[in-house]
Design a protein around this ligand. Structure first.
Ligand code: GLN
Length: 390
């Protein structure tokens, strides 16, 4: 028998999100790791899903997404960003943001192409690039605050560069790009055959009165960008797996060539329900910043005095915990200690780096009931007190 041929991603294991959630379940730990809410969704959305199935929307949806849903997205883009996007040629409904990212990369990256990503980079980016035959060039965001080093990006861009993967608000760093970052991104990609893929799934979760700067609001970038969004985040329902991609018509056409053979189309009754929900509550995204800021602040104040440092969280529904006061172990080891000894599952940051790291950070999810956040903080405080005594 011939030796088994390895798969195409021999060095890739199971995503850290699934690993930590599984371990939290096994150990009965409090799961502040994988990013998803533990509170109920709006019952109106539940009713609309039932109604959509009862109304018979149970066969294939249109490949590019339900027309009424794409019209609702266009209305939102107009209301929030003052953008006029044609839903027919510029909006595609995808299986979560992850499919949008994957399909966009397959559509435009090929053998020999380079893609620039910034570490810590969300873990689905590089495998998608490699499966497309491309190579990821990973540049670090710089401390303090996980900022872009545009000189470094400028030096890295070359004739093989095909795409820049941009993410703001940033998961897992919790930083938010500025308008100056968008200008710099536009400058480094100007007059080159370089596209941008912007992961903006936390668009509505920007804190302290700051604004989200979408690549779509930057006319020069909008002309060469795929921008990716998520109803899972906006509707507190990550199990919907409905996202969408906004891109100029020529890029949308390329995206759909892949999307049609990847997922073909997205759950039809769920698209109806989301469209109907947005018709009832077109402004639902506007309440998210205040909602999650209150949760971020609740967790932060509960951890004040614990000895853990809490780096600024400018956006997303995460908060980093800096444990350098307590341990010089790596973050994988410290996350394991938190799991086993504090009973709290977190997400270490080093899986989001290309090169091995010794980082003092783990990520906590604040999209949880207040009682969960309070219990998580109590466990972390008790653990910190034990560490200080020992
Ligand atoms: N986006 C989620 C997070 O950052 C994880 C999604 C997943 O598990 N694939 O926690």
């Amino acid at each position: 028998m011939a030796a088994a041929r390895p798969g195409k991603l021999p060095d890739v294991g199971t995503t850290i999100f699934s690993v930590m959630s599984r371990r939290a379940r096994e150990l009965g730990a409090l799961n502040l790791g994988q990013g998803y809410p533990d509170y109920d969704i709006d019952p109106r959305l539940t009713e609309l899903v039932t109604a959509a199935m009862a109304a018979g929307h149970n066969q294939y949806a249109p490949m590019e997404g339900l027309g009424s849903l794409r019209e609702r997205v266009a209305a939102k883009l107009l209301a929030v960003y003052r953008l006029s996007i044609d839903p027919e040629s510029g909006i595609t409904v995808t299986l979560g943001a992850t499919e949008a990212i994957f399909s966009a990369i397959q559509a435009v990256v090929g053998a020999g192409d380079e893609v620039i990503a910034f570490d810590p980079a969300y873990d689905s980016y590089e495998p998608a690039v490699r499966l497309a035959g491309g190579r990821c060039l990973r540049l670090p965001l710089t401390q303090p605050g996980f900022r872009y080093d545009w000189d470094r990006v400028r030096a890295a861009v070359n004739a093989r560069t095909r795409l820049v993967l941009f993410n703001s608000p940033h998961n897992p760093a919790c930083s938010v790009a500025t308008r100056a970052d968008l200008d710099a991104l536009a400058a480094v990609t100007r007059d080159r055959d370089v596209l941008v893929l912007a992961d903006e799934v936390y668009e509505h979760v920007v804190f302290d009165g700051a604004a989200h700067h979408s690549v779509l609001t930057h006319p020069e970038l909008a002309a060469r960008s795929f921008a990716v969004f998520s109803f899972g985040k906006t509707l507190h329902a990550t199990g919907l797996r409905i996202g969408y991609c906004v891109a100029p018509p020529r890029l949308t056409a390329e995206l759909r060539k892949v999307h049609q053979f990847n997922t073909f189309s997205i759950a039809h009754p769920l698209q109806h329900a989301v469209a109907a929900y947005l018709a009832q509550r077109p402004d639902c995204g506007r309440e998210l910043a205040g909602f999650f800021q209150a949760k971020r602040d609740r967790l932060r104040s509960a951890l004040e005095g614990s000895g853990f440092a809490l780096p600024k969280a400018e956006g997303t529904y995460f908060q980093l915990l800096d444990f350098s006061e307590f341990s010089h172990d790596g973050d994988l080891e410290f996350a394991e200690e938190l799991l086993m000894q504090a009973g709290v599952a977190t997400i270490p940051l080093s899986p989001f780096y290309a090169a091995p790291q010794r980082l003092p950070f783990v990520r906590l999810c604040v999209a949880k009931r207040d009682s969960t956040l309070d219990e998580g903080a109590a466990r972390l405080n008790a653990f910190a007190a034990r560490l200080s005594r020992s």
